[in-house]
Write a protein that binds this ligand. Sequence first.
Ligand code: GMT
Length: 378
Amino acid sequence: MKIGIVCYPTFGGSGVVATELGMALADNGHEVHFITYNQPVRLDFLSHHLHFHQVVIEEYPLFQYQPYELALSTKMVEVVQKYELEVLHVHYAIPHAYAAFMAKQMLKEKGIAVRVVTTLHGTDITLVGSHPTYKTAVEFSINNSDVVTAVSNNLKDTTNNLFNIDKEIQVIYNFIDVEKYAKVEGEECKRGALAKTHERILTHISNFRPVKRVEDVIKVFYKVQKEIPSKLLMIGEGPDRKKAEALTKKLGIKNKVFFLGNSTEIDKILCYSDVFLLPSKTESFGLAALEAMAAKTAVISTNTGGLPEVNLNGTTGFLSNLGDVDDMAKNAIHILKDNDVLESFKHNAREHTKRFSLANILPVYEDIYKSCYKSKIE
Ligand code: GMT
């Protein structure tokens, strides 16, 4: 099929899911067209199955804010027409679902039918989408999508609670290429560069926004390192990075915490992690936790949002109440202090990710596109 994918091209989870999905669809023989303002960070190659169309904004002095939605919907119309796309799959409702609705209407005027699939990812519904500034437009664009999917049951329920939704939301879990993470083992995994053999490695990956509570990550590690020789790797960039760095200084653990910035080689970093810390205020799914689990890493997280659907308490890691850094540290120490306990959590974590394998999830999206297309020609 010919599918357009619209997403944020950054390191955020929705962009990662959209990019991995697009690449997998192209591998399966579909023609995929990414439409966004930059080449997605994980899109490392283009081919005759995989295209990228940049949305360029012309700056004009009258505008305090540049009208991205207009440029995006114009580009969608152009690409759908030129390449005869059948479906537009937009990731993250704001402003993508709204722009897709506009594109669909403009195409309809020209006698062209395209179907719109919207995938809700999290803050497009929770922190941002339900804010009065956007709520009406988000509700309208969800209700006017042909198919709406959410990445967890929790996000589906939250959407139905916060908005007046008149259509069924399908839950399609985020997915992972389990094999890719399993491959980086042994020699390829350069653990020795960061820690001594007897030291444990804890990791946190995010975009360091307030919702990720990176100071809680540091607080948990501070308690853990008192009992267990260990190092902490902080991967990502974002507004709270400075605060987190300042806290490591204040607590006297600066030499045990490494801030590594953004990375496109998450699999190579996760391969030597023992425990992944995710103390988020809310998390519709927690793709970063799933990636860690695929790399055989136990997860210590909060019990907010969709995290209990990904991290199984007492099996793949532990869940704690928001802000309960004592409980998180206690759980991490329990996992890390005994080799056999650690090995069993790591094993369970990897096993559980099989449920979220690309091989299981990809056909679900393909079926949705097919049924959309069918309803177009009927
Ligand atoms: O909030 C982020 O970390 C980025 C955001 C995004 O949409 O780019 O992530 C959301 O979507 C991810 C992919 O579906 C989920 O794994 C994250 O849990 C979700 N983030 C939140 O709900 C805070």
